[in-house]
Each structure stands twice: as C-alpha cells, then as structure tokens.
Design a protein around this ligand. Structure first.
Ligand code: CTP
Ligand code: MG
Length: 175
C-alpha cells in the first residue's frame, strides 16, 4: 500500500503537467503550421507553444509541492531505500511527459489521424512512459512495484481525468 501511495504522490507532476496544457494551452502551434516530408502536418494545431511551456512549468511547480509534502517521508523509517525526491524533478517529468505527448501527435499525424482524434494506448501511455523515463534519473533506486503500479494506475487516471475535463467542457472530446 505504501508503494501505491508513493507512486501516486511522486507521479503527480506527470499528471499535472499532462493536464494543464488542455486548460492553459492554445495559440501558435509548435510546428509553425509546417508539414513533414510526407506532406502532412508535423504535429498539428493542437500542440501549442503556450501549452508546452505551461505544462513544463506546471510540472515544476507541482514537483516543488510534492517535494515539500514528501519531506517527512524521506526522514521516516519507511524510507528504507534512502529515497530522496529532488525539488527540481518536476521539470524533467514535465518535459518528459510533454515530449511523449508531442511524440504521440507526431505518430498520429503520420497515421493520417486528425488532431483531437483518439489513438488508444498511445494517448494514455505515451506521456507517462516518457515522463517516467526522464524521472528515472532520480527514481532509479525505487522498487519495481513503484514503476509497475504507475504503469497500471496512470492510464486509469488519464481516462478518468479526460472524461471529467469533457464533462466540465474543458476538452471538446472525452479522450
Ligand atoms: N494543448 C496545447 N498545447 C500542447 C498540448 C495540448 O495547447 N502542447 C491543448 C490543445 O488545446 C489540445 C488539448 O490541450 O486540444 C488536449 O491535448 P491532447 O489531448 O494531448 O491533444 P489532442 O487534441 O488529442 O491532439 P493530438 O491529436 O495532436 O494528440
Ligand atoms: Mg487527445
């Protein structure tokens, strides 16, 4: 149970960083409206500079909050692995998760899928895989249960959050 709770706590910057662009994003697209060699858009209109910057920044801020919250744990008897949550790790998690998100859009455009369409598995897993890949720098000493639980829980949270954002009219589509 402890591992599960910790996984959720430590993954907050990834979740936040993935959710914030949908609220604060918009404006000029990262690919500057350019096409790839195949004549299709590189990333599409939905991946904006404002979304990227706000996402990474939100990752950093929520990372600082998790760092403050987890301070007690790091000093506690449960911290048998000597784990330390660095205050700056949110930047890497935010960057990783947004990179994964952009990579997903890149793949979707190659597959002729319109911006906003759904690509199962990629939509739910891409950002978390990349977010975790980058946070591995700081988290590598954590037990495998941590990684496994995140890979299972993250998609569930993603699906729930997107449904909620759709119901609250933050997103146009429920995925
Ligand atoms: N968003 C943004 N900038 C980003 C990422 C997301 O402005 N870098 C905003 C866009 O308004 C986007 C919304 O967040 O529509 C939801 O993001 P996401 O579901 O990741 O994008 P999709 O609309 O599904 O587009 P794509 O098909 O390219 O994945
Ligand atoms: Mg989407």
């Amino acid at each position: 149970m402890l591992d599960l709770g910790l996984s959720l706590l430590f993954a907050i910057p990834i979740m936040v960083s993935n959710a914030v662009p949908a609220i604060l994003g918009g404006g000029y697209p990262i690919d500057a409206y350019r096409n790839f060699f195949d004549g299709k858009r590189i990333l599409g209109d939905h991946k904006t500079i404002q979304g990227l910057i706000s996402g990474i920044f939100a990752g950093f801020l929520s990372g600082v909050i998790v760092w403050i919250i987890s301070g007690d744990f790091m000093l506690s008897q449960y911290n048998s692995v000597g784990f330390h949550f660095p205050f700056w790790i949110g930047v890497l998690m935010g960057w990783g998760c947004n990179f994964g998100d952009l990579f997903g859009s890149f793949v979707k455009r190659r597959l002729n899928l319109e911006s906003g369409s759904s690509l199962p598995v990629f939509d739910q897993m891409g950002y978390i895989l990349f977010g975790l890949l980058w946070s591995w720098i700081a988290f590598r000493m954590l037990p495998w249960v941590f990684w496994l639980s995140l890979l299972v829980i993250a998609p569930l949270i993603h699906i729930t959050a997107n449904r909620l954002a759709y119901l609250l009219k933050i997103k146009d589509v429920p995925w």
